[in-house]
Design a protein around this ligand. Structure first.
Ligand code: GLN
Length: 324
């Protein structure tokens, strides 16, 4: 297929897919952070960006929302670049939990949080972001997300303040980790950085471009800026694959089979290694806190394009061609 034919083919798949789920009205907008409750439940966008920078956008792809937990794999990438795999693994593991994202739980043997995709692990990861001052660390996170998205992003001050006011559970988790030496330094500052990273505003186009940057081994395909350490990208995608969808991660790996990360504001970031990035937004969430329409759309897309990591059309395709 020529690039133009590929683009037309993707549009033919994405347009009906967006249509199919736009009227699904199950699920509820998150309310535990009061500012998130103000989201419009009807918003729905899907965007797919290929590694030549072409963006296929359907629905509300310019609507901004806070990145929330989708910040976790990106900050994990920053920590890995700074300290390497072994350095980061002293403070946070890579085992899926099967528990809710905000569970107050650490590995009994190692005292580490289980993985960087649950809140405990994400707070421990935020503590590893290098920088002399909190302001410097905040700017480094915002600058990295911006470089991956290919435009300067900003923080939703109201959501940030709402998280600061209501984040007592995250404070409890941080203090538990302080007790076990899994985080060091000023807990208030570490939590401040964590709340700020969750409050960064993105839209579906940004998520798809961030996904394309990860799919492109850390280099933004449009600006050509090298954003994420090459070795770190492999680890980031691995934990997204095993732990990215909260306590639905196992089911997701079986049904959809691609690295992804969801956030409670309703975003999903998915990555097809060396091919493209996907961003979806719909704030109606299921019981696990994942975007309901986003999950359905990604599952159909994976089926229709044969994206599952172990789909026979994938790496086995040459073999299939030779035997069929
Ligand atoms: N800021 C949110 C929290 O820590 C992020 C959680 C999420 O998206 N699951 O509760």
């Amino acid at each position: 297929m020529t690039p133009a034919e590929t683009a037309a083919y993707l549009d033919q798949i994405l347009a009906p897919l967006h249509q199919r789920y736009r009227a699904v009205n199950d699920g509820d907008v998150a309310t535990y952070i009061p500012e998130l409750a103000k989201a419009n439940p009807d918003h729905f966008g899907i965007c797919l960006t290929t590694l030549d920078g072409t963006c296929h956008a359907f629905g509300d792809c310019d609507q901004e929302f806070t990145i929330q937990s989708i910040s976790k794999p990106l900050v994990y990438g920053i920590a890995l670049a700074a300290l390497g795999r072994e350095g980061v693994h002293k403070k946070v593991g890579v085992e899926p939990t099967g528990d809710a994202f905000n569970a107050i739980i650490l590995d009994e043997k190692t005292r580490r949080p289980f993985n960087p995709m649950v809140n405990a692990g994400a707070i421990a990861t935020a503590a590893l972001v290098p920088g002399k001052t909190l302001a410097e660390r905040k700017e480094s996170v915002l600058a990295t997300f911006s470089a991956a998205a290919g435009r300067r992003l900003s923080v939703d001050q109201k959501v940030y303040e709402s998280e600061l006011e209501t984040g007592h559970r995250n404070r409890a988790i941080a203090h538990l980790m302080l007790n076990f030496g899994m985080i060091e330094g000023d807990v208030t500052e570490i939590l401040d950085l964590y709340f700020m990273q969750c409050s960064i505003l993105v839209n579906c186009r940004d998520l798809a471009m961030i996904g394309a940057t990860l799919a492109n081994v850390g280099t933004n395909p449009v600006t050509h800026e090298h954003v994420f350490d090459t070795a770190a990208v492999q680890d980031v995608l691995s934990v997204m694959f095993t732990c990215g969808m909260y306590d639905y991660a196992g089911e997701w790996a079986v049904r959809v089979g691609i690295p992804a990360k969801s956030g409670v504001a309703g975003g999903i970031l998915a990555v097809i290694n060396r091919q493209f990035g996907i961003g979806t937004y719909s704030p109606r969430l299921d019981a696990q806190g994942n975007s309901l329409r986003g999950i359905k759309a990604c599952a159909d897309l994976a089926d229709e394009l044969g994206l599952h990591a172990f789909n026979f059309m994938n790496s086995g395709s040459q073999f299939m061609k030779s035997v069929l």
